[in-house]
Design a protein around this ligand. Sequence first.
Ligand code: HEM
Length: 409
Amino acid sequence: MTDAAVSLRDLMSPTSIAHPYPLYERMHRRGEPVVEDPSGVHLVSGYAECHALLRDARCSSDETGSTMFHRMRGRGELSGEDAALLAKAPFMLLDPPAHTRLRRLAHTCLIPAFAGLPERIERIVAELLDAAGERESMDVVADFAFPLPVRIICELLGLPQEDFPRLGRWSGAMARNMDQAFNLDAAARAEGTRARASILDYFHELIPARRAAPSGDVISQLVALADQGAADTEEVASICALLLVAGHETTVNLIANGVLLLLGDPGLRQRVADRPGAAKAMVEEVLRFDPPLHFRTRVALSDIEIAGRVVPRGATLVLLLAAANRDPRRFDSPDVFDLDRRNNRHLGFGLGLHACLGAALARSEGEIALREFARRVRGAERLEARLTYRPTLAMRGPARLPIRYTSVG
Ligand code: HEM
């Protein structure tokens, strides 16, 4: 087995998207928690280093400040449309003070909407499994892991059911483009840009309607607070688009990755079905062991010294959260899935100013979905030995997961 330094190109290859963990293991074995890639990007695989950088005010979330972004613009690799959309970036890609103001606004409107969620999640999970019970096979992604978070986030935002298919298509294209800056596939990039423009147009049309007839959903709340001066319409549309995409593209992978583990280990399935609290522990261990989001990027606002290296101002940092979650300096037997793991402070939801705003919702969806799947679906087995992954490392999960089963209880 080669022991050469792992490059960005290695990480973004289709083989690596299907099997990234041997590369992370190699990075740890080489004992270099921060390495500079030939492209100038810095890859961070160490837990302590990711932890520190996520909380470091010298790390910006605004990619337009990076040397890499300026180079791409200089080489004409970003269209005018790309650049215009980046100027309307969601608050996940902004720094304080704009980030603080918009995150607070989103938080204020989301929290009341979370009331009564477990009951709604239970209801939708029951409906999906009842429907599966009428057949002998299903695609876990399309028939279970995807519809649950889409329906929940659309309900929270107050979006009509008939719009789900096109919203799902657009947000899928945006999620595939999360590796954007490293995505050398121009067609995928153009599709992601078009999808983001379509989602923003969609919300631009909806906002005046909600202003005229508020309906108690998150969008109506956002519009009401925006009209009191908290934000402009452009920013409200951008928050809605962020919540829609972040609210389900990740959770789909949490559920699908979790079901995949249940299918491979009958003992685990039994424990999750029978033992109170096991599904909760399972969600945390999936978020560590096989997380939906493998990396986030940051830009160094000044020279930053870390792990004996100086990351120069303007450099892009790829914080490999999934690699950090398997750092043997932080976790015992990191490559073992352990339901009883203690002190499991994984980085699956990030940390610091940008820590996931929907973590409570995602945890609740994951816990109920995995527990009910383990309890109700009997004799399940995979129909395809080889897994096909969605073509992005940033948001990593199976594209489909066909199974057959003997019954659904
Ligand atoms: C941010 C993971 C579900 C909304 C983040 C971040 C991570 C993450 C790692 C940090 C981004 C950064 O530091 O740059 C996940 C995972 C999920 C999940 C693994 C599911 C298992 C959700 C849901 C929602 C949501 C259900 C919405 C209701 C957000 C938002 C941000 C965010 C709005 C941006 C926060 C900010 O920049 O201040 N998420 N997320 N996420 N997440 Fe999640």
